[in-house]
Ligand binder design. Structure first.
Ligand code: C5P
Length: 231
């Protein structure tokens, strides 16, 4: 069905996995495919929003639909620091911000300007924490009647739904987002997969929706929750 319930809204979505450089040729990365964030961007554009999609590293072809949609403007980034800057920029004029990217929690303290060589011995990589971009965007937004809606995602390992909910509730409180989309991941679940199942929590931990299906179906459920949450 054709909905235009996001018409007139500007949304900023991040997706993909960041790469934290070690030296000119190496990085610390993660397995995020970028599919869920790309689906969120395309879904929002089809529902009438003007979308900025900030994409870190994604699997081949994942951005094809977003690239061919006139409602999506694509910004490419690599590290968490790049993503932070691009999302802060996009968020400044956004009604809704969704942090779907898998942001590295740590970066290498001293990036080597030259390639690390075996001959120099086993390197000791010292890591330092990256800022939490979601918490930062949630904390620094303006208030007022047209308050920005901030959506976070959380991939959690859990032995059952109760544990998943509990972890999600704690994270929702910690991040300060309006909605937290929690999905269960495992070695063979969540990442890189086409299907997904998520629990959508409100800031106070209330379960707003339980959605399953393709990443596109999950994206639609997230926008339904965003629409329902806005005054
Ligand atoms: O704490 P955790 O990494 O599980 O939180 C996931 C959520 O926080 C996602 O929305 C992710 O985009 C965001 N995040 C962030 N900056 C970080 C780490 C995670 O914005 N440094």
């Amino acid at each position: 069905p054709l909905r235009s319930d996001l018409a007139g809204l500007r949304v900023a979505v991040s997706t993909g996995g960041t790469r934290e450089p070690i030296d000119p040729v190496r990085f610390l990365g993660n397995r995020s495919s970028g599919r869920q964030g790309a689906a969120l961007a395309v879904s929002a554009a089809e529902r009438g929003a003007a979308v900025t999609l900030v994409a870190a590293h994604v699997d081949d072809g994942v951005l094809d639909d977003a690239l061919s949609h006139p409602g999506v403007a694509l910004v490419r980034v690599s590290s968490a620091a790049d993503l932070h800057a691009a999302m802060t920029d996009a968020a400044a004029s956004a009604d809704v911000v969704a942090m779907v990217a898998a942001v590295a929690d740590f970066r290498v303290a001293e990036v080597s300007q030259g390639k690390l060589r075996k001959e120099d011995g086993v390197p000791e990589l010292r890591l330092v924490p990256n800022p939490d971009i979601l918490a930062d965007l949630a904390a620094s937004r303006g208030s007022g009647p047209a308050r920005q809606t901030v959506v976070g995602f959380a991939a959690e390992t859990a032995s059952d739904d109760d544990e998943l909910l509990e972890r999600g509730r704690r994270k929702a409180a910690r991040k300060g987002a309006d909605l937290l989309v929690v999905n269960r991941v495992d070695w063979d679940r969540g990442f890189e997969a086409v299907e997904n199942r998520v629990l959508i929590l409100a800031a106070d931990g209330t379960l707003v929706a339980d959605a399953a299906g393709t990443k596109r179906a999950v994206a639609d459920a997230v926008w339904d929750a965003v629409v329902a949450s806005r005054p």
